[in-house]
Design a protein around this ligand. Structure first.
Ligand code: BES
Ligand code: MG
Ligand code: ZN
Length: 523
């Protein structure tokens, strides 16, 4: 009994001394701090400190290095260790390892590896501090405040509003450490805020994807988007079924028939550039639940199909970031929303429907529904004469077979737009890989017994993502068209360390970066 008591008294005495040594007149802040280190050169040598960590070490009179000697030899890249009572201002310090110093672009990985290392390492420290109960965290910008903010804010996301209070993760207040360079604190803060907005927008997309289909119907989706985007200067129009009929969107309407939930079509507009600057059109597949329809999916893991509105979520997330950051671009978003359900009214395999552009489609598989709603949304988007059209869709299981969760598959007729998007992905860490739009695939979808096109390629399962893209191509005339099949990157287990388990909101940050780049040099 006596020993622990004595120890406790000693600890508080130590704390008293330290607090008073550092802040003789100020109140102690009970905050957590994440600091970065670079991988030590030798096995037994100490990790190198970042400038922020060095500064903190100085103001805490060497306590950081002292404790590191005890606790953090041989700290591995992406790992974190917590130091307690390590200094004056911060109760707990998470020391994270960023890997070796001076890591830059890795051509093999097509990745700005230094930035990605920061996102990953910081995310581990932030999460670890939250897990020990810290709800006020300050982070070392590690030389890239934008990446640090992204790693932090993305890693703290949790969709747990449907759980009882005590199972919910606490809200954590976050801030950027700038004490080490007071002259530049404003610039650092700005870059931190940019990263924060980008991560928060991705988190908005993740929330929409994660929400169960009974809580996120097409109607509720349109309401949430109206609420969340109108306040940031985005104009939101919500169209109903009657409007779709007047637009002759027969392909889209054929998917909605089996569901009792009314379909919606959301149009977004953000004008941040000059009236005559080129218009970007974003189109997103918004199937709030995909049962497959009459071509019913197998039961296992069907719950994941609540995320089949991932393309729509990415349009919303990207436009939210672009508007909040006041990027000088003009963008319109087009989001067809519905459920794909079986019923006595549902479309049958073999049915023929007429798309908005007049082409007839033989629907041989009602589970290939994404391309049907996109066909009409794409041809509608064309009427605004955009400079480019970029669509995103959780379109095929085949892209997951081909690329897994590493990278988004991109189909495009424009090599210059490809180059912008490709580079954007290398910077954000949410990468892009180009896929073929060959005639080979077009032939497979334009041969149909009864109609102009067939909604599944006659190649069977082979090249399934490529035939889906070839199908969409039949409904686009724009010279700068990009189609992103995001089914493979829809969910995360632990592949991306800073995302955690669940729906990802990928590749929202890459679209934001792409919009920045296209604006700077359109061609
Ligand atoms: N929503 C699915 C694609 C999907 C699969 C997304 C797995 C996320 C994870 C899409 O509507 C679909 O079912 N596509 C079919 C097309 C096939 C019938 C030609 C597929 O991929 O099997
Ligand atoms: Mg689907
Ligand atoms: Zn489907």
């Amino acid at each position: 009994m006596a020993a622990p008591l004595r120890r406790r008294a000693l600890v508080s005495l130590q704390r008293f001394v330290h607090n008073h040594r550092c802040f003789s007149s100020s109140v102690v802040n009970h905050k957590g701090l994440v600091v970065g280190t670079f991988k030590a050169a030798g096995k037994d040598s100490l990790p190198e400190l970042t400038p922020a960590a060095q500064h903190y070490d100085r103001v805490s009179e060497g306590r950081l290095t002292r404790d590191l000697k005890v606790a953090s030899r041989d700290l591995k890249k992406g790992k974190s260790r917590i130091l307690y009572n390590s200094g004056c201002e911060y109760e707990r310090i998470a020391v994270v390892c960023l890997g070796p110093r001076g890591v830059g672009y890795n051509p093999q990985e097509e990745l700005e590896e230094g930035r990605e290392n920061i996102r990953s390492a910081v995310s581990v420290g932030a999460r670890q501090l939250r897990d020990v109960g810290e709800i006020d965290i300050v982070l070392d910008p590690c030389g890239d405040p934008e990446a640090a903010a992204e790693g932090c804010m993305l890693s703290l996301f949790a969709y747990d509003e449907l759980k009882e209070k005590k199972k919910q993760k606490p809200h954590v207040k976050t801030g950027c450490y700038t004490d080490h360079c007071p002259g530049e604190s404003q610039k650092i803060e700005e870059r931190w805020q940019r990263g924060r907005v980008q991560a928060e927008s991705q988190n908005l997309g993740r929330m929409l994807m994660e929400m169960p289909a009974n809580k996120l119907t097409p109607l509720i989706f349109s309401q949430i988007v109206t609420e969340r985007l109108s306040s940031h200067g985005v104009t939101v129009k919500v169209r109903d079924q009657e409007w779709m009929e007047s637009e002759k969107m027969g392909a889209f309407l054929s998917v909605t028939r089996g569901s009792d939930e009314p379909p919606m079509f959301v149009e977004l507009e953000y004008i941040g550039g000059e009236a005559d600057s080129p218009l970007l059109a974003l189109v997103g597949k918004g199937v709030t639940f995909d049962s497959g329809g009459i071509s019913l999916k197998p039961g296992a893991n069907m719950d994941a199909m609540r995320g089949d509105m991932g393309g729509a979520a990415c349009v919303v997330g990207a436009m939210s970031a672009i508007a909040r950051l006041n990027l000088p671009v003009n963008i319109r978003g087009f989001i067809p929303l519905c459920e794909n359900m079986p019923s006595g009214k549902a479309t049958r395999p073999g049915d023929v429907v007429t798309a908005r552009n007049g082409k007839t489609i033989q629907v041989d598989n009602t589970d290939a529904e994404g391309r049907l709603l996109l066909a009409d949304a794409l041809s509608y988007a064309e009427t605004f004469n955009p400079f480019l059209i970029l669509d995103m869709a959780t379109l095929t299981g085949a892209i997951d077979v081909a690329l897994g969760s590493a990278v988004t598959g991109v189909y495009t007729n424009s090599s210059s737009m490809w180059s912008h998007l490709h580079q954007a992905g290398q910077l954000t860490g949410d990468r892009m890989w180009r896929m073929p739009l060959f005639n080979h695939y077009t032939k497979q979808v334009t041969e149909s017994q009864l109609a102009d096109v067939n909604n599944i390629g006659k190649g069977g399962r082979s090249g399934g993502s490529c035939t889906a893209a070839a199908f969409l191509k039949e409904f686009v005339t724009n010279e700068n068209w990009l189609h992103l099949d995001i089914a493979g990157v829809m969910m995360n287990k632990d592949e991306v360390p800073y995302l955690g388990k669940g729906m990802t909101g990928r590749p929202i940050r890459t679209i934001v970066e792409f919009a920045r780049r296209v604006k700077k040099s359109p061609s």
